[in-house]
Design a protein around this ligand. Structure first.
Ligand code: SAM
Ligand code: 2KA
Ligand code: SF4
Ligand code: MG
Length: 215
């Protein structure tokens, strides 16, 4: 299949259990919970998204007709930035990466030596061959992927079915609450901190790339 990639760039993972780890971010175009167009945001299932995933015009973006071509592109970004030694790491995100990430591409990335992580909304099942699965459930979006390495819930979400208690018995190693970014005039950090202080099963995940200025 042809893969549509919004952007691909080298940075540090900003969120969750692997915060601070160098990675190539592979951002696929398109999502099943929002068109990505501002005029559709109000009627979308997921309305707080902080990401532009429309089109293939970002840095390192494009259309890739074969899995091997995309894997070679990701490998070239790693090699251009990282000195030899550490295990190459790719974080597949989007948009919703499970609309495109398939076994042939997972195989090609593994063949190139990458450890593969995914950031997904959990509405589509994730192939078990992915090395690190981060699920971020959304209200009004039925969860298909109920296990993985980390569950990272954006907080607050008002809907009863998107409260932390709804997810804490699922099969994940780590449970994170991430303050919802609503722009510079509001902060939900204190609300998340208070929840984690009361409920030690949950940990605070800050979007540290927004603090460091990394992409
Ligand atoms: C842009 S999404 C892409 C991957 C996938 N579609 C998902 O929702 O998990 C990447 C991560 O950013 C989180 N996120 C999106 N908008 C956010 C916001 N306004 N504040 C905090 N986290 C946000 C998502 O919940 C997810 O964990
Ligand atoms: N540095 C950095 N870390 C991230 N972790 C998850 C991200 C995402 O948009 O999926 C993201 C991102 O966009 N940048
Ligand atoms: S599911 Fe993920 S990519 Fe899609 S709109 Fe929501 S946060 Fe953005
Ligand atoms: Mg992001």
């Amino acid at each position: 299949m042809t893969y549509s990639v919004k952007e691909a760039f080298y940075t540090l993972q900003g969120e969750g259990a692997h915060t601070g780890r160098a990675a190539v971010f592979l951002r696929f175009a398109g999502c099943n919970l929002w068109s990505g167009l501002e005029r559709d945001r109000e009627k979308a299932v997921c309305r707080f998204c902080d990401t532009d995933f429309v089109g293939t015009n970002g840095e390192g973006g494009g259309k890739f007709r074969e899995p091997g071509l995309l894997a070679a592109h990701i490998e070239s970004i790693w090699q251009a930035n990282a000195s030899p030694g550490g295990r190459p790491y790719v974080v597949c995100t989007g948009g919703e990466p499970l609309m495109q990430l398939d076994e042939p591409l997972i195989g090609a990335l593994h063949e190139a030596g990458f450890e593969i992580a995914i950031e997904t909304n959990g509405t589509l099942p994730a192939p078990a061959s992915i090395d690190w699965i981060c699920v971020s459930p959304k209200a009004n979006a039925p969860l298909a992927q109920k296990s993985g390495n980390e569950l990272k819930l954006v907080y607050p979400q008002t809907e009863p079915e998107a409260q932390p208690e709804c997810f804490e018995t699922l099969d994940f190693e780590h449970f994170f609450l991430q303050p919802r970014d609503d722009g510079p005039s509001v902060s939900h950090v204190a609300a998340v901190a208070n929840y984690c202080l009361k409920n030690p099963k949950w940990r605070l995940s800050l979007q540290t790339h927004k603090l460091t200025g990394l992409p």
